[in-house]
Write a protein that binds this ligand. Structure first.
Ligand SMILES: Cc1cc2nc3c(=O)[nH]c(=O)nc-3n(C[C@H](O)[C@H](O)[C@H](O)COP(=O)(O)O)c2cc1C
Length: 215
């Protein structure tokens, strides 16, 4: 394997928020999900599912739902005298949370309930961990699949942007809009399309600042 080509895909992937209006071909979407499903998962549970939203009206509706929740939160914040935070919420977080609005495709990344023999035979009878721990376990694997998808997208000339803003603000309403069952968690959405910008790479922490070696 050519390590430098591999590292280039990792290094050059950027969060893209401005897209060419050209649609993403269905074959490309299937290829991305094919790459996603080779991610590792806890006990090979494969706790991931994807919804590809290609309809511009649907994508706009998801953005509108997100803005609606955000404005509701801002009104509450104003009412509590938190004017500064309310303004920041609308001016800064609003556009960040809805940057997918004009993307030609939106991949909704779900996590499915985590089932395993360990859970059934050992952990549940002993009530070792809380149910929320299993939700987290599903999310971890689903995140790895999402990263596979975004790296594959970059390698295929597509831009992507992982986004949890709409999930933090409006998970329940978006799930209802898309007919997602209550046992699924919305992990993130990924804006997807051919890039119309080439963002500069945000600075990274140095290896020495994030690595501790124990010998
Ligand atoms: C968990 C997570 C949530 C994110 N949520 C958003 C978001 O709501 N809106 C957005 O525009 N970007 C979002 N991003 C993208 C980050 O802003 C971006 O990854 C970061 O600034 C580094 O830039 P890069 O991806 O180009 O390397 C998110 C990224 C991650 C990993």
């Amino acid at each position: 394997m050519d390590q430098s080509a591999f590292k280039e895909v990792i290094r050059e992937r950027r969060s893209v928020r401005r897209f060419d209006p050209a649609p993403v071909p269905l074959d490309a979407i299937r290829e991305l999900v094919d790459c996603a499903r080779y991610a590792p998962s806890d006990t090979n549970s494969q706790t991931w599912e994807f919804i590809a939203v290609l309809n511009p009206d649907r994508i706009r509706m998801i953005s509108e739902i997100t803005w609606e929740k955000l404005h509701g939160l801002a009104e509450d914040a104003f009412a509590r005298g938190r004017d500064k935070e309310a303004r920041l919420l609308v001016r800064s977080f609003g556009p960040y949370a809805t940057a997918f609005e004009h993307a030609p495709a939106l991949m909704v990344v779900l996590s499915t309930p985590y089932a395993s023999k360990f859970r059934d035979r050992i952990f549940e009878p002993l009530q070792f961990v809380s149910p929320q721990t299993w939700d987290m376990e599903s999310i971890k694997s689903s995140c790895l699949a999402a990263q596979n998808l975004m790296l594959a997208a970059h390698a295929m000339g597509l831009g992507s942007c992982p986004m949890t803003g709409p999930v933090l603000l409006a998970e329940q309403s978006i799930k209802e809009l898309l007919g997602v069952g209550p046992d699924r968690q919305m992990n993130m959405v990924i804006a997807l399309g051919y890039p119309a910008e080439k963002p500069a790479a945000p600075k990274r922490k140095e290896v020495d600042d994030i690595l501790r070696i124990i010998v």
